[in-house]
Design a protein around this ligand. Sequence first.
Ligand SMILES: [Zn+2]
Length: 427
Amino acid sequence: MSDTVTPVGGPPVGTPSAGTPSGSTPSGSTPSGSRGRRAGARESILDAIRLAEPLSRVELAAMTGLTEAAVSMTVRRLLDEGLVVETGRTPTAGKPRTLLRLDPAARLAVGIHLDEDVTTYVLTGQTGGIVSRMTRPAPTGTGDEVLDALVADVALLIDGSGVERVRCLGVGLVWPGPRGGRTTPRDAPPHLRGNHGDDLDQRLSAATGMPVLVENDATAAAVGEYWVARVGPAQAFAALYMGSGIGAGIVIDGVALRGARANAGEFGHLCVQVDGPECWCGGHGCLEALAGPAVVVAAALADPVAAAEAGLDTAGPRRSAAADFAAVARAARGGAPACLALIEGSARYVAAAAESVVNLLDIDLLVLTGPGFAAASFVYGPAITARIAAADARTWHRSVSVTVSLAAATASATGAAALVLQSSHRG
Ligand SMILES: [Zn+2]
């Protein structure tokens, strides 16, 4: 863990097409729900260039379905605004074509992921590359102390990167679980409880002078993975996320599925056992109540053999579920049989629920992300792949890809920044 600004040279990566500002609105953007929204010419062109730059105007017309006249007019505006630059010509049999790419530093955004143990900050340019990133232990206070910590860290991130503040369009702020906070887990750390829920974004906006957009961390992770993995809008994509709980983000036709109240993707509350144990949400038999990281940890603490394998201190003060889960996963990876059995038991349920998500939404690509899946992908990846591959071959005549994220630690923060940048492109 680092508490200093770390410049990161990142390659240009893919494109988001998701997110809705909540609270303040990034300047120049058009706040709108994403249900039924179709990308405009400007957004389509910027997305296409980000996905496959450099591109000529003719190639853009073919990729977006826009007329060449419409492409030329929109590109002229984007050149005037400095978002797009010309970058040489492509040799062709006929007239050479001028190639276009994004100026990565023309616009930037800050992404903040408030998680149980750690707060991750990234500063991202419009091509998706991370300019700077920073991690901090989760703030221990409440209310104004949390706000003060965020404001100081955002200033450090931007100033430490040498980026002009005026180029920063805003802040994307994400945390686990449902929006509104009333159903946040009762044992959540204070900074994640719902008491700041709906106004932390407004207070952060007032304190930083920048627009702030909020989202749940699993949806943001899906958008972050969508950038990093260069997933095209033709693919139906879901990111399954395991951190302190289990969630999912879904991107269909290049747009994050958000639902009526921005709570789409509550994968952890799919019922996998009708008469199962009570979940913190009040339901029974939820995936999270049978297979979530806290449940795996509780089972390990209750089993002296597993607790010893994982080095868990059963008498001392509890660390976070995510930290203890990582210890169980490390032991399992090292071959400890009791810990391995606990994670394999969890993976059976997660694989069944993942298959339901694929069936429900006709998903092409599943990415496993977040610290929990990163720690134990050696069990969850094969379990999910085997279950879905069997169904694909047996019944559905499809070929669903299951991959493990290469950027699990920063996907939510990157996605948070991407949502700000993407919303600004809708103007
Ligand atoms: Zn539940």
